[in-house]
Design a protein. Structure first.
Length: 319
């Protein structure tokens, strides 16, 4: 697709066949994998640096901006809610902007419609760059909201099912995703700041404030991702703490039960030694005496623990 802004008529013309802009025109040309051959033919007729042409066709590993003698190459990464990355490659000159993606993206379609309704936004390459940067920033902010809602759900799940092992797995997967996204977002923010510098040749005084607005909007992304990483670490630590507390409660209960039965075991062992001269063995009520003694000691210890709040309702209240 190709749109050309005529500075004389201040109108936009949609062209099916890509061509070089005339002296009074500013054009935006967008290509995909399907029209890559047309792009290659067009690049052969452009007098721009060979490295810029190569970068447009092959791309880069991270967002970046490279300035050449007659153009600048810009690489932008767009990430959807499935964490699928799409690289948007751009060559900007004084009269035209060429963009390329390997597959169709909604951002290009929306920008195509937007420019047709606002011809003045194609009057300078800086405005087109702003539209790309701003749209990418909005996509990232939507992704930030998506991540925030999932992390909030994960926090609630910790309190509902604190001992579920799946929570730890989810925390690990989210941390990996956010780490990868953070690396891209940081590089993209630096790239945007480079474009926002006053000495960048393809942004004029009128479009620079818009670029700065897009940079400020995108800076929220990196800070939000840092917050998410800290929150996920807190969720993991919280689950470990809840598991540890639960284990401590179990061990305390077992210990208290053991302490209750220790005197009973002592009495049973004492009268089970089978010495000949043990008066209680021949006593008519010796058996019931031993049972009552064990019950009294066990019950007394249990009541003492309850009074101290070491188990039962009082213990829960104290927590």
């Amino acid at each position: 697709m190709m749109l050309c802004y005529n500075a004389n008529t201040k109108q936009i013309q949609k062209l099916e066949t890509p061509r070089l802009p005339q002296d009074h025109e500013v054009c935006w040309l967008h290509f995909t994998e399907r029209t890559k051959e047309t792009l290659q033919d067009l690049l052969e007729n452009l007098s721009i640096h060979p490295l810029a042409k190569k970068a447009l066709l092959n791309g880069s590993d991270f967002p970046k901006v490279d300035e050449y003698e007659k153009c600048a190459f810009v690489s932008i990464f767009i990430v959807n809610d499935q964490f699928q990355k799409t690289q948007l490659r751009i060559i900007a000159t004084e009269q035209y902007v060429i963009s390329y993606t390997e597959r169709e993206i909604e951002l290009a379609k929306k920008l195509f419609v937007h420019l047709q309704h606002h011809p003045d936004h194609l009057s300078h390459p800086g405005y087109v760059l702003y539209q790309f940067l701003n749209s990418a920033a909005m996509e990232y902010l939507e992704l930030v909201d998506y991540i925030a809602s999932h992390i909030q759900t994960l926090e609630k799940q910790v309190f509902k099912t604190p001992f579920a092992n799946e929570i730890g797995h989810l925390v690990f997967r989210w941390k990996v995703r956010i780490h990868e996204l953070r690396q891209i977002a940081e590089a993209q923010e630096e790239m945007m700041k480079t474009i926002g510098h006053s000495d960048f040749p393809y942004v004029n005084e009128e479009s620079n404030p818009y670029i700065q607005d897009a940079i400020a909007r995108f800076s929220r992304v990196t800070s939000a991702l840092d917050t998410f990483r800290e929150t996920l670490t807190g969720i993991f630590d919280l689950q470990l703490s809840l598991k540890s507390d639960h284990m401590n409660v179990i061990m305390k209960t077992l210990t208290l039960v053991s302490v209750v039965f220790i005197p009973m075991t002592f009495i049973a062992g004492l009268y089970g030694m089978n010495f000949e001269k043990m008066p209680e063995l021949k006593w008519e009520y010796g058996y019931f005496y031993a049972l009552l003694l064990m019950a009294f000691l066990g019950g007394g210890i249990a009541l003492y623990f309850k009074k101290k709040g070491w188990w039962g309702e009082r213990s829960k209240h104290q927590k």
